[in-house]
Write a new protein. Structure first.
Length: 350
């Protein structure tokens, strides 16, 4: 079976009949989150992925402060609209901590419309709240933010509504809050929680399945942790213990001639409970390599290496994640402005 044909086996989006590829294009790299990308190569990668039946594309303003959306607007120009399913995000915006988040209804509407202009589209398939753990409260989200998304849905600017975030319990709390307020939620995007070093998302599969909510899995490579040379950006929130374990795993794989990234993508994408797994792919070679990682089973040697690094480097870890670290850091930074600023809805004016 060829790689091209193997990706025709898609998974449904939650309770809908929409077939989506098990591998999706993550848009953070197009915003230079992992370093400067080559625009020409990246456009080729997007078109190459579409030709190989990868039809899910994820982006958001936060990735390069609009540059990922702008790039995709150009890369997708002229592509038949029903050939791709595209998701973007609202509520997380600028690098400046005082203007990083805005969960207000007015901001949702204004910025969703701006996203559409950057993407050169009249609607997105999925509109998501970016990183719900930074919101003032679950109550604020269900009383203000989510109703605004639903109004955009009623206007035809998005087909489905979802949330994203890192803390698993917070995601479930928002789902329960929606249920109490009779608000429909179609998708939940979790990132770096279904990886070789942290598979804690597994325990929540039934929670979402029973509600017909699609699970989207991002960051199969742990935002760079699970790559051959474990090259990380300065902003990576993982602790020293986890970074050290991943470095050891990368070195072990290198010594045994095994690609750690292939092990990671193969692992994350093979859970049928997940609709799609998002990976940043900046060139055609990376697209092909990730397709191959999903479609071709691990060899006996690769399987042995995977089991070894999990048992010897990851299972013994006391801290396999960075739960709440970024939230605590954010609010500590915000407190610095409390004396000189008025803050509402996570927006400060000094």
């Amino acid at each position: 079976m060829s790689v091209l044909k193997s990706l025709q086996h898609c998974r449904r989006l939650g309770s809908t009949d929409i077939p989506l590829s098990v591998l999706g294009l993550g848009g953070s790299g197009y915003g230079d989150v992992y370093g400067k990308h080559d625009k020409k190569q990246s456009i080729s990668a997007v078109r190459y992925a579409l030709d190989r039946n990868i039809n899910y594309i994820d982006t958001g303003y936060w990735y390069g402060q609009g540059s990922s959306e702008t790039f995709l607007g150009e890369a997708l120009r002229g592509v038949q609209r029903d050939k791709f399913f595209i998701a973007t995000k609202v509520c997380r915006y600028e690098q400046d901590v005082k203007r990083m988040f805005d969960f207000s209804a007015g901001s949702v509407v204004e910025n969703a419309e701006k996203s559409l202009r950057r993407l050169q589209l009249d609607h997105v398939d999925l509109l998501q709240i970016h990183d719900v753990e930074f919101a003032p409260s679950v109550e604020f989200l269900v009383n203000n933010t989510l109703p605004a998304l639903h109004r955009l849905q009623q206007r035809g600017l998005c087909r489905y509504v979802g949330i994203t975030g890192y803390p698993l319990q917070t995601l479930k709390d928002v789902v329960v809050g929606c249920e109490k307020n009779s608000l429909r939620l179609d998708t939940v995007l979790s990132y770096a929680r279904l990886t070789l070093h942290d598979s804690s998302l597994i325990k929540d599969f039934e929670f979402y399945k029973s509600r017909g909510i699609a699970v989207i899995n991002a960051c199969a490579l742990g935002m760079g942790l699970l790559t051959t040379h474990c090259t990380l950006q300065d902003w990576h929130p993982a602790g020293v213990e986890l970074k050290t374990a991943c470095s050891k795993a990368a070195r072990y794989c290198l010594e045994h001639g095994v690609d750690l990234a292939r092990l990671a993508v193969n692992y994350s994408a093979n859970f049928s409970e997940v609709t799609t797994t998002l990976v940043s792919m900046m060139d055609k070679t990376t697209v092909e390599r990730n397709i191959e990682a999903i479609c071709n089973p691990l060899t006996d040697k690769e399987q042995q290496v995977k089991e070894y690094i999990i048992q010897n480097f990851f299972e013994p870890l006391e801290h396999k994640d960075w739960e709440n670290k970024e939230v605590i850091d954010y609010w500590n930074e915000m407190k610095k402005y409390s004396q000189d600023a008025t803050c509402t809805n996570n927006v400060c004016s000094v």
